[in-house]
Design a protein around this ligand. Sequence first.
Ligand SMILES: CC(C)(COP(=O)(O)OP(=O)(O)OC[C@H]1O[C@@H](n2cnc3c(N)ncnc32)[C@H](O)[C@@H]1OP(=O)(O)O)[C@@H](O)C(=O)NCCC(=O)NCCS
Length: 149
Amino acid sequence: MRLRPARADELAELTELCLRSKAVWGYDAAFMAACRNELTLHPRDLDTPLQVAETDDGHVIGLAQIRLAGGEAELARLFVEPVLLRGGAGRVLFAWAVTEARRLGADRLTIEADPDAAPFYERMGARLAGEVPSGSIAGRMIPRLVLTL
Ligand SMILES: CC(C)(COP(=O)(O)OP(=O)(O)OC[C@H]1O[C@@H](n2cnc3c(N)ncnc32)[C@H](O)[C@@H]1OP(=O)(O)O)[C@@H](O)C(=O)NCCC(=O)NCCS
């Protein structure tokens, strides 16, 4: 596996990867349709740190994105190809996000997580710090986690 910056010509493909990955938690079609807008990648996303994991023969298997605001970084995306879950790609992409956030001067990384992904972030050293409203589903609250950098 290797990491590289995302390219403009693959944003549609990466959006579909995000949606496939999100769906692993068993959400129904209506829920997934409501998430599509938030999970769609746009050319402006290339202005943020957005990294793709691919196999040695060039197959994309995951991606991560951070956004910087003030002295804080937010993990905007972390998605792994469903058939490769628990294969170590999430850890590698998360490590990239941490290193990149530190390099850009952030002193903490915040994560608004899918509830099923929250234990992964705790495993990566983040701590639960309350709940925030989902960006896609009105009335749904999701866990917020913080990692001190
Ligand atoms: C969350 C996600 C990125 C983790 O990626 P992954 O490649 O499966 O994780 P890894 O294989 O690198 O796992 C690293 C460690 O975390 C553990 N882990 C992974 N997913 C976990 C989970 N959902 N719950 C608890 N532990 C988990 C692994 O067992 C491993 O533990 P170890 O330290 O004992 O080896 C992946 O499950 C995913 O893409 N999920 C769907 C999309 C999603 O919800 N993304 C997050 C949006 S906030």
